[in-house]
Design a binder for this molecule. Structure first.
Ligand SMILES: NC(=O)c1ccc[n+]([C@@H]2O[C@H](COP(=O)([O-])OP(=O)(O)OC[C@H]3O[C@@H](n4cnc5c(N)ncnc54)[C@H](O)[C@@H]3O)[C@@H](O)[C@H]2O)c1
Length: 309
């Protein structure tokens, strides 16, 4: 199907999506409600492309930039697009309003994916025109370095819209995951939520410092997780595969689950204690530099994974 890619909402995530699509050769038209974001957009994307070039993750930043056009109104970005990626603020009312504005502008066959981190699409697309063309395409930041995308239908999403979004994401080099029906937090943030729940609870009860809990992941579990998930991990960790693992260690995991039956919100006092340890390890003024370090490590990892068999 012909047509460009429309980006609606051009902050952190919208800029990342723009690189994903333009890097793959798509023509991209970008709209953000804030003039300051629109005015700075090409400079922001240009800087990110220069960083990617340093790690050999793109060939020709100028050619990529030439495929990007910033528009000063929504219709110019949406009309004639075959796919629109919406990345406005994570608030139901804002998502509802933009979905209602996008719906009537859609051409036949166009698909709209929302970047929402965890709000089910049905919470903000029910009243939109052409609501069967709307779904969720949830990325991880920055999407041009972390390829997974959760593709989630609302109850009224058309099957061909789901198929089209899955195919497009794979075609532009992302790794789409099909979430068969809506659930709050989708899969990625639910998995992350389980780990965070245990991390906060272990810290609260004084079993280990924040640094040592983090180290258990960065020097342990996380090394495998950059190339395999929990099911494959346990399949390889018992001589007889996953069934053998379940027999040996199923009772341990059941006991751990039973020990956590009463979820509590993170209290103010607990947050202060975690924050205290983190700020002693990394001063507030150094957060930005550390984020840049993280992105450089991700670039090196992405380059390594690109050469993986
Ligand atoms: N930041 C992350 O790590 C991350 C990861 C995955 C998904 N997301 C999701 O992506 C979405 C965007 O998050 P972000 O971090 O890029 O936020 P952001 O604040 O950087 O960007 C949001 C942009 O939307 C624009 N906007 C607001 N209302 C608009 C409208 N009506 N029309 C056009 N533009 C409008 C704002 O001007 C702003 O530039 C959210 O749904 C968020 O949950 C974020």
């Amino acid at each position: 199907m012909p047509g460009h890619i429309g980006i609606v909402g051009a902050g952190l995530v919208g800029a990342g999506w723009t690189i994903v699509f333009a890097r793959a050769g798509e023509q991209v038209r970008v709209y953000d409600a804030a003039a300051a974001i629109r005015d700075n957009f090409m400079a922001v994307v240009g800087q990110q492309l220069d960083d990617l070039k340093r790690y050999d993750l793109v060939d020709d930043p100028a050619a990529i930039l030439a495929r990007i056009q910033v528009c000063d109104n929504l219709a110019a970005a949406v009309q004639g697009a075959r796919f629109i990626q919406e990345s406005v603020l994570e608030q139901v009312a804002v998502k509802q309003e933009i979905s209602a504005a996008i719906g009537p502008l859609l051409g036949a066959g166009a698909i709209v994916g929302s970047s929402t981190s965890g709000i089910p699409g049905s919470a903000f697309t029910e009243g939109a025109a052409n609501r069967e063309r709307f779904l969720v395409t949830h990325p991880v930041n920055p999407p041009y370095l972390v390829p997974v995308v959760e593709v989630v239908p609302a109850p009224w999403t058309a099957q061909d819209a789901m198929d089209g979004a899955m195919a497009l994401m794979a075609g532009v080099g992302q790794s789409p995951v099909l979430v068969r029906r809506e659930i709050e937090g989708f899969i990625l943030n639910r998995l992350q939520g389980v780990l965070l729940r245990e991390a906060w609870a272990l810290f609260e009860a004084g079993y280990a410092s924040t640094a040592d809990i983090d180290k258990t992941v960065s020097e342990g579990l996380g090394l495998r997780w950059s190339f395999m998930g929990p099911f494959e991990t346990i399949d390889l960790n018992a001589p007889g595969g996953v069934a053998d693992y379940a027999e040996r260690l199923g009772p341990l995991y059941h006991a751990i689950q039973k020990s956590r039956t009463d979820p509590q919100p993170w209290s103010g006092d607990l947050i202060d204690r975690v924050d205290g340890e983190r700020r002693r390890a990394l001063a507030m003024d150094d957060l930005g530099a550390r984020r840049n370090w993280r992105d450089r490590r991700l670039m090196a990892l992405a380059a390594h994974k690109a050469g993986q068999e």
